[in-house]
Design a protein around this ligand. Structure first.
Ligand code: NDP
Length: 245
């Protein structure tokens, strides 16, 4: 196994499905110590049991990233179990796309709370520990939607632009102790589109996601960022299906 990865303690939010789960599987294979977080306890339990059966060191904690106290408790659980926090994968997110005219204001609130505030709470929960350790790595899931606008996706894009700003802001302030990586995937086959309630947006997403690639493609990108030596900071990875416009 790889020396760099198998010494790392990694927290993954949104580990109950999609990119978070795929990343957990890759990192478990490489010997990382994992702390899995999401709201769905049954999913976290099942994934943990599966990874443990393959010899991985894994704990899980039910965490709603919109609740700062729960995110702080997650970081505390990681330190209690493994003594340190090397990497936070700020991955929890949702994408209920809709045109602004549909006025899905509750969904706007949800996206801001999970996609932006959840990421900020994650940073707040791990930064003091990473400063104490004089090392750490925050990996945020932005999106191609954090680089360009799509009609019907204004609020989602706004949240992913915000994530990109947080990644770059952290990088600039982090000095030589903390690494910051912004991951920007295009269409990846996960449960992400299941949060869309607007029929027009559902149709547009179904078309875009016809070319979607496997979640493991993003997991490999995340592993690549983590496995670099400490003096190499992979700041940005954009990856799309070859067939995506
Ligand atoms: P999924 O819907 O499969 O996974 C989303 C994860 O987020 C789930 O594990 C869910 O777990 C978790 N989550 C949602 N709300 C909360 C919350 N309040 N607290 C804690 N966890 C929460 O989608 P993906 O795997 O695709 O998405 C992962 C990230 O990747 C997101 O940030 C998404 O925006 C981003 N992304 C995805 C792309 C894609 O095409 N799939 C493209 C670009 C970016 P639970 O419901 O159990 O809480």
């Amino acid at each position: 196994t790889n020396d760099i990865i198998n010494s790392k303690v990694v927290i993954i939010t949104g580990a109950s499905s999609g990119l978070g789960e795929a990343t957990a599987r890759r990192l478990a294979d490489r010997g990382a110590k994992l702390v899995l977080a999401a709201r769905r306890e049954d999913r976290l339990k099942a994934l943990t049991e599966d990874l443990k059966a393959k010899g991985a060191e894994v704990i899980w904690q039910v965490t709603d990233v919109t609740d700062r106290a729960q995110v702080e408790a997650l970081a505390a659980a990681a330190k209690k179990a493994f003594g340190r926090i090397d990497v936070l994968v700020n991955n929890a997110g949702l994408m209920p796309l809709a045109p602004l005219d549909a006025l899905k204001v509750d969904e706007w609130d949800q996206m801001v709370d999970v996609n932006i505030k959840g990421v900020m709470y994650g940073i707040a929960a791990v930064l003091p520990t990473m400063r104490e350790q004089h090392s750490g790595h925050v990996i945020n899931l932005s999106s191609v939607a954090g680089h360009k606008l799509f009609p019907g996706a204004a609020v989602y894009c706004a949240t992913k632009y915000a994530v990109k700003a947080l990644s770059e802001g952290l990088r600039m302030e982090a000095g030589d102790e903390i690494r910051s990586t912004n991951i920007s995937p295009g269409a990846v086959a996960t449960e992400l589109t299941s949060t869309i309630t607007d029929p027009t947006a559902q149709k547009a997403a179904a078309e875009l996601y016809e070319v979607a690639i496997d979640a493991d493609a993003v997991a490999r990108a995340i592993v690549y960022a983590i496995e670099q030596p400490a003096d190499v900071d992979i700041n940005e990875i954009i990856l799309r299906p070859t067939a995506q416009e």
